[in-house]
Ligand binder design. Structure first.
Ligand SMILES: [Zn+2]
Length: 383
């Protein structure tokens, strides 16, 4: 088996790292499996009973783990006490800044359920005015939490670096906006800011049952992708991994894009572009049957273009699972059929024969839920 480790180790493993790793392992096991005894945890994690008991005492002291009664045993002897993550002790606050007309926020449970949500209209706000809208929404959502807040997760459009600085988000008029640090100062809470498509892929991983390497394509005002390889989100050298929206497809030009090039993926596939093309085709059609055919042609061509752009990525990474997030009435039909057919015809059947392409089941809360995963992962090490 190939060892999953970095090629060039740069630091030695310290005892406190081992302790943190074991603590995370126990929390992760409880988060995923729930209701385990100390003996179950020792068996499941390979840690000793003493280590598990010690870590559980520490976690109970922080109110992160609770005892939930005893297991009914058929065998004689003392029944085992069952433990779980204290799922109601904390809540998570998430914001989704990717909508082009309104910003959304929610309070979520540790299991990723939306408990309450709020919205503010962006009303064309840009730059500092857009920041003020975000701060206003965040304060509103925080006020609605009914338990201590574990942290704040934010999915932002554009390129976001590891420190939560939004390097470039044209729709919000932000360049080098230190969103994470500013909101952390404003609220006194731990804040994590990530790109919206990267948040979406984390939601699919944690709550959508995607256990494997995964590429998620998010189609909205723009088009972006999130990549999860070997259990890690891939951010890239300049934090722009997955930014496929302004990659030109093919050599036959195509529609002019806002960026000045012709035939970018976004020019074929973004929601405003598809909606406008469908509107025009429907208006020009002589009969309803003609209109239906024209719409199907537009969606098929967009799906084919997406397949062309994804084929080398799928081939290079040997991906078997692709998930689409966006309006199902546009994506789930001729478009996704054309994408998967194009992918199959352009890659090696032996390697990608099992390739699946599906719609996400996370709906419009996908970025909110993914931002919550960032908080769970940063604060507790679970996902
Ligand atoms: Zn472009």
């Amino acid at each position: 088996m190939i060892q999953d480790r970095a090629l060039r180790p740069t630091t030695k493993v310290l005892p406190e790292h081992i302790r943190l790793n074991n603590r995370t392992l126990v929390l992760q096991t409880l988060y995923r499996s729930g209701l385990q005894s100390r003996a179950d945890l020792a068996r499941e994690t390979g840690l000793t009973r003493v280590t598990v008991s010690d870590l559980i005492s520490e976690l109970m002291g922080e109110n992160l783990v609770i005892e939930l009664g005893q297991r009914q045993e058929s065998r004689p002897g003392k029944p085992a006490t069952l433990l779980d993550i204290n799922r109601v002790a904390f809540q998570i606050v998430s914001l989704d800044l990717s909508g082009h007309t309104r910003l959304r926020g929610a309070v979520l449970s540790l299991d990723g359920a939306v408990l309450s949500s709020s919205e503010v209209e962006l009303a064309g706000a840009r730059g500092e005015a857009a920041f003020d809208k975000v701060a206003e929404l965040l304060a509103q959502v925080i006020a609605r939490a009914t338990a201590p807040i574990l942290g704040v997760g934010i999915g932002s459009p554009g390129i976001v670096d590891r420190a939560g600085v939004v390097r470039n988000a044209p729709n919000l008029g932000w360049r080098d906006q230190p969103l994470q640090a500013r909101l952390q100062d404003a609220t006194g809470l731990p804040v994590r800011v990530v790109n919206d498509a990267n948040a979406a892929v984390l939601a699919e991983h944690s709550f959508g049952g995607a256990d494997h390497d995964l590429l998620l394509v998010k189609v909205g005002h723009g088009v972006g992708a999130g990549l999860l390889i070997g259990g890690r989100a891939i951010f890239g050298e300049r934090f722009a991994a997955g930014e496929i929206g302004h990659v030109v497809i093919g050599t036959d030009d195509g529609p002019l894009c806002v960026c000045g090039k012709s035939g970018c993926l976004e020019a074929w596939l973004s929601v405003p572009r598809l909606t406008a093309a469908i509107h025009d085709a429907t208006a020009q059609a002589a009969t309803p049957a003609d209109a239906e055919r024209a719409v199907s042609d537009i969606l098929t061509e967009a799906g084919r273009r997406l397949g062309i752009i994804l084929a080398p990525v799928v081939g290079a990474l040997n991906l078997l699972e692709i998930v689409l997030s966006g309006p199902p009435e546009l994506l789930d039909g001729p478009l996704s059929t054309a994408t998967v057919e194009t992918l199959r015809s352009r890659t090696m059947a032996t390697e990608t024969g099992d390739l699946t392409l599906r719609m996400t089941a996370q709906g419009e809360d996908i970025v909110l839920r993914g931002a919550a995963v960032m908080v769970l992962s940063a604060q507790l090490g679970v996902s």
